[in-house]
Structures are given as C-alpha cells and as structure tokens.
Write a new protein. Structure first.
Length: 524
C-alpha cells in the first residue's frame, strides 16, 4: 500500500465498507480526540475511477468525525490514507471487516451480510475462515442465516427473538418459517421458541442422521443440516422410522441366521445391564436390540434375563440328582428367610475387608440391580483430537496396564474395557469366585483400572488427582498438529499456558504465539 495525505473533499465512503449502509456512525468517543489532534490512524482507501478521488474502505468513523470538525469551522488537515490497489472488491471488503471486527464484533446479521458479499466476490468459506481467524464451521453457521426470511433476520437484529430460536429456524423451510411468523403474530396462539422450536419443526423428536442403520445416501426423504450444531436431521420422522425399522429387522434376521435368538425390545425401553446376565451363545445367550425414541439402536450380544439365569442355574444344580421334595414356601416366609440371611451375611462382609474389596470390584465390573457403573466416554470435538489422544504416551501406557489386568482376570484379551468385560457364568457371583484366590495386590490393580475407566473426563476430580499424584505433563505429552491447528494467537495461547501453571501441571517451556495463521513450531 502507498501512504499519502488526501484532502477530505476528495474522499467518500466505499460501498465495500462494512458499515457503508445504515445510519451515520457514533463518533462521540473519538470526536474530542480528532478535534484536539486530528486523524492519526490512516484510513484505508482506494481510487474510485474519478481523477484524484478515493473511496474509504475502512475508517468511516474517523472520516465522519473529521467532517464534523470541518462543519464546526475547525481546520481539517488532509487525512492520512493507505491506498489499496483498485479493482479487488473482495480484498477491500476484507480490509473493512478486519478493522471493524478488531474494534468491535458486529452483530451476527451484519456479519452475514458481509460474508455473503465476500462469497459473491469468489471467496470460499475456508478462505473467509483463514482471513478472520475463524473455523470453516463458524463461517458456515453465519452464512446459514441466509436460509431465513428477511423479516426473521430483522427481528433477530432488533433482539426480538433470541439466538437459539434463530438457529433452529435455519433448519426450517420457507413455508414453516411463515407458519412460525403467523404464530408469533397471533397473541392467542402458542409460538414455540428455543429448543422447543426444534421439536415443533420435526413434529416431535429430532432424529439425527447418525442414528440411521441404513445408508443415508439411499434415503429418499429430505435431510436438513444444522450448521450451528454440526448435525443433520431427517425432516420426515415417519419416513425415517419406516426405513429404520426395515434395517433393524434385517440386522435381527442376520443374527438369527448366525444362530442367535434376537429380541427387538419395544421402542423407548432401555436396556439395563444389571437386569441381565452375560451368557455366551452356546449356553443360550441372546441378542437384545434396544431402540431409543431418537432413533439410536444398540445391539447387546450374549445376555439372558436374571430370571432365565436363575432357572438355568437351578437346572444345572439339579442335574444327576432326584428333584428334592419340599413343602411349598409362601412369599412371606421366603421374604423372612431372605432378609435374615441377608442380615447375617451383611454383618460378616462388614467384618472382612478383603472379601468386601473383591465383592466391590465384582459389582463394579459386572453391575447389578443396585450398581450401575458407566465407562467414561471421551467425546472428542474432532477426529484430529481423538487421534492425538489415542496416539499419546499416556494412552499407550494405560492400554498396557489394562491388558495385564484382562490377563489376570482371564477376560478376552481384545475386550475394549475391563468394566463390563466379564463373560462368564453366574454374573457377580461367578466373578467373585475368580477374585477370591487372587492376592490383594492383584485385586488392587484390577480396582485401579476399573476406577480409571470410570473417571469422568473434564471433572474437578481429575484436576485434584493431577495435583495430588504429581502428574508432570512434560513427560507424557508434547504439542502436535491437533493443538497447533487450534491455536492462532496469544489471546488463545497465553490463557492455555496460565491454566497449566495455575493447576500445578508444569509445561516444559512457556509457549510462544504463532506469528501468522500458518503452522509454526511451538513447544509446551
């Protein structure tokens, strides 16, 4: 760019200026300074085709403040200007956006208008994201406002409707948007907003494409994209269920052909593992297919109900001997016996910490009607983050320890977790029988793995344990592409470093911010 001083009479606001339209800008805060010292920060301008005249790409407020000083009768020196090359509207619009966003984020509708103009000038969402330090998804979310009727955008800009409502309306067809506006105008009608709006749009539960057992590419109905939630949904719920139920039946038939007994549970009925016992197929184990109201389908292989398990156990114990004849025991008598036996055994367990430890571990692994231990789900925000964690030194060391415990217990070596990995007979009782002969040190190793598998990610307990156990991140972690892609400037990087220090976890060296949006070498 060429820097020159240009007479105010030869300047005008460019149509490419982000704030070219609308009312005159608020100059109250900068006017006293410009009265006293004039315009010090150069305006960004370009030639507009007429001889010696220029249009302002960025700096509209400074220009209007200078005009106000001139109108008051004050002397206005030629304004300092950085002159851009003529002809590139996209570059001019980017310059205007960059300056204004650096000063103050515009409202979302204004940003949509500006990004839309950039797209018309040939910029892609990825180009815009790189220019303004945003992710491509953030740019697409802003551009999604283009799916809205102009009146809805106007209501949003004025603050008459909230962000959650607008984001769900981007999923709606123009017809549904008009129906929603009619409800908004009708004072006697209920007008859904926020998250209730999504249910109204989809006629009930919104079903994501990820829930489909069938190939979405073969689906003939409409699919809508939620760019704000990075998700896609089936527009016609009834058409989805027709295709989904057919796919479930095909999978169930595949299990049956493989020798399993497959049971499709009623829609919405949850599968509680503590109400079942793990049983291999050769001993009568079944496949239970659970279907949620949101369309998700889970296949639980190798289970029988506790009632069936007790019947099988009674049959095995009775083999080779005549069936004993005993008088009928009424329900109250059985309850009396059960409670007295429970009181006596509970007292004995309370006095034997070694057995109690093994019993607790067995419950944690198998589950029961009173125990429900869930394995932590490490939900990564992207595939790059998931891959980074999977390849880390900590994850590799933990996997080695987990496999050692699987071997101690005699579990399948390829089982993904110790928790829930018991596939033997008689549930908790069967696993307890395996644990009783093990030395205390081995049982504690099992307990440590189970506890680690059920430790909630991102919780305060993790922070406390990191300090208590003296975790030194420098010995198990180093920066990688996944982190560098997330870090763009000191505003993000500096708080990350301070966070590590505040928690007592020592990075090897203080990170230095990248000097550009390109990847650079950073050591943490």
């Amino acid at each position: 760019m060429e820097l020159k001083h240009i007479d105010i009479a030869k300047l005008s606001v460019s149509p490419a200026n982000m704030r070219a339209k609308g009312k005159a800008p608020d100059i109250a805060k900068i006017l006293p300074s410009i009265r006293a010292r004039g315009v010090l920060v150069p305006l960004i301008v370009r030639a507009n085709g007429s001889p010696d005249t220029y249009e302002i790409v960025a700096g509209k407020r400074r220009y209007h403040a200078a005009l106000a000083v001139a109108a008051e009768g004050g002397e206005v020196e030629p304004l300092p200007c950085a002159v851009m090359a003529a002809g590139d509207d996209a570059a001019a619009l980017e310059a205007s956006l960059i300056e204004n966003i650096a000063r103050l984020d515009p409202d979302e509708v204004t940003r949509w208008e500006s990004f839309t103009r950039l797209v018309r000038e040939g910029r892609t969402p990825d180009d815009i994201a790189l220019t303004f330090g945003l992710t491509e998804l953030q740019v697409k979310r802003t551009l999604a406002l283009g799916n809205l009727l102009p009146r809805i955008r106007a209501l949003y800009r004025r603050g008459d409707i909230d962000a959650a409502t607008v984001r769900h309306l981007t999923l709606a067809t123009k017809t549904r948007q008009r129906e929603w506006l009619a409800l908004l105008e009708d004072e006697t009608a209920y007008c859904p907003s926020g998250h209730a709006l999504k249910a109204w749009l989809f006629g009930g539960a919104s079903i994501p494409v990820t829930a489909a057992l069938f190939d979405p590419a073969t689906y003939e109905g409409d699919i809508v994209s939620d760019l704000f939630g990075d998700e896609r949904y089936f527009a016609d719920v009834s058409a989805f269920w027709a295709a989904q139920n057919a796919a479930i039946e095909v999978r169930a038939e595949t299990y049956r052909e493989a020798g399993w007994e497959a049971t499709i549970m009623p829609s919405g009925e949850a599968f509680h593992s503590w109400e079942y016992e793990r049983t291999p197929k050769r001993k009568g184990g079944k496949v239970f297919i659970a279907v949620s109201h949101r369309g998700d389908v889970a296949f639980h292989e190798g289970y029988v109900t506790l009632k069936d398990a007790r019947r099988r156990l009674a049959g095995e114990l009775g083999k080779g001997s005549e069936k004993s004849v005993r008088p009928e025991v009424s329900t109250p008598i059985q309850n009396y016996v059960d409670l007295h036996r429970h009181a006596a055994v509970r007292n004995a367990v309370a006095g034997n910490a070694s057995v109690a430890l093994r019993l607790a571990v067995a419950h944690m692994i198998v589950g029961s009607s009173l125990w429900n231990v869930r394995i932590v789900q490490q939900r990564a925000a992207s595939n790059a983050i998931a891959e980074s964690v999977e390849n880390s030194a900590s994850e590799a060391a933990f996997d080695e320890r987990r496999r050692a415990v699987l071997a101690i217990l005699g579990f399948d070596a390829d089982a993904p977790t110790v928790t829930g990995g018991h596939n033997g007979d008689h549930g908790v009782a069967g696993l307890l029988a395996r644990l009783l002969p093990l030395p205390d040190a081995a049982v504690r190793d099992v307990l440590a793995i189970v506890m680690a598998e059920t430790l909630e990610a991102g919780s305060a307990v993790v922070e406390l344990l990191g300090t208590l156990l003296g975790v030194d991140m420098a010995t198990v972690w180093q920066s990688d592409d996944a982190l560098l892609d997330l870090i763009r400037d000191r505003e993000v990087l500096e708080p990350c470093w301070q966070m590590w220090r505040a928690r007592g976890w020592r990075p090897a060296t203080k990170p230095q911010p990248a000097r550009s949006s390109a990847r650079s070498s950073v050591t943490v």
